[in-house]
Design a protein around this ligand. Sequence first.
Ligand SMILES: Nc1ncnc2c1ncn2[C@@H]1O[C@H](COP(=O)(O)OP(=O)(O)OP(=O)(O)O)[C@@H](O)[C@H]1O
Ligand SMILES: [Mg+2]
Length: 405
Amino acid sequence: MVQAFCRDSENAVSLALDLNVEIGVFNATHLAELRRAGPTFVFVDLEHDADLGLQLIRALAGGSDQVPPTPVVAFGPPASAELLLAAMRAGVLEYLPKPVDAVALREATDRVRPRLAPLVAGSHGHEDGKILAFFSPKGGSGSTTLAVNTAINLHQVTRRRVLLVDLDAELGEISLLLGMQPKFNFVDLVQNFHRMDSGLLASYIEQHKSGVHLLSAPYHPDRAATVSEEQIRKILRYLKGQYDYIVIDTSKSFAPTSLAAFEQSDQVFLVATVDLPNLRNIQRALPLIKRVLPRPTEQVRLVVNRYDENQEIPLADVERTLGLPVFATVGNDYEAVIRSINSGKPVILNGKSVYGRDVKRMVRLLVGKPEQEELSTSLMHRIASAFRTPKQSQADIRGREDGRG
Ligand SMILES: Nc1ncnc2c1ncn2[C@@H]1O[C@H](COP(=O)(O)OP(=O)(O)OP(=O)(O)O)[C@@H](O)[C@H]1O
Ligand SMILES: [Mg+2]
């Protein structure tokens, strides 16, 4: 039922993880999986073992110093006022009597959605998500391809909410690379921004099979002119509260809207191949980009695309000429890239390749150590031991999580 519900894009809910296990055998490994998936909320079925289910809900909904709370929607037997009350006390957002149908799920998720926004924003430990902008100083250097593959791998590695934004209003090609035909685009969002909430936002955003969300560029280039710098700023600020990572592919011109996007970005990736036209354009672009960034030395990342060890201009010369270190290189991998274009499947999802390997390496550099996993391990042990003694009181479990037990 839940699976079918999530497959219907109208419902704007996607399945982050399906843990098809009975509550009685739910263990530390499952909990770790759940933490890794980082869902916005969890459905828990209380029918088979309400006591254990309630313990899990308390642990999830309560969170701890280190792990943010995970909101829960519970299913349970109908007409059980006692269980409903216990579930509410344990911290569920909604209790749905079984059998549950699509209409009930839709109504419940619609009710829950407005209450999730602040939790989602708080769930990555800081208020805002990170914006990563990709830019080719010279057209055709590979920014779109790299933005798409980076976004997908970021989601694979972190299981966080990742949004791809196509700001290339003239040539928006992301949907093509993802094999998608989006119904809405950035301009629709701009026009309705005054009444935006997370529910409405979800209706403008499409979900790719990989789990990455997409806000596409307008299909008709003439509609692009209706977006102002201030609108870009406002929307990106809003989106930061809704997503953990926002990956933007900018247009290759120095449109004021591109600069407005850089200004909101945590990192700007200059994707260039090593040749004179590219180097010259980077030299021209750098002062403009640096002007809108508060900490340009940390924020500008040079990525050498189609890198070949035997290239005429060595990387050291590139770095010296530009006064900029090379953050990462991506190998020249014509075959893998073409195969992916022809199959409408991004390189990173299309089997092993040099391109995929290099994107993964860059993403690892970006996210640093998988600290999230380390954090959840300690909580995992605490909850696992709580599960071994099912009669333990809620206060006791809470105390342990706080490190007081
Ligand atoms: N590492 C790579 N190896 C081989 N081919 C690549 C590589 N990166 C990109 N390409 C190819 O180069 C072409 C341009 O790539 P892409 O569209 O990503 O660049 P862009 O900078 O977004 O271009 P535009 O200026 O048109 O927006 C595409 O045909 C793409 O498949
Ligand atoms: Mg492009």
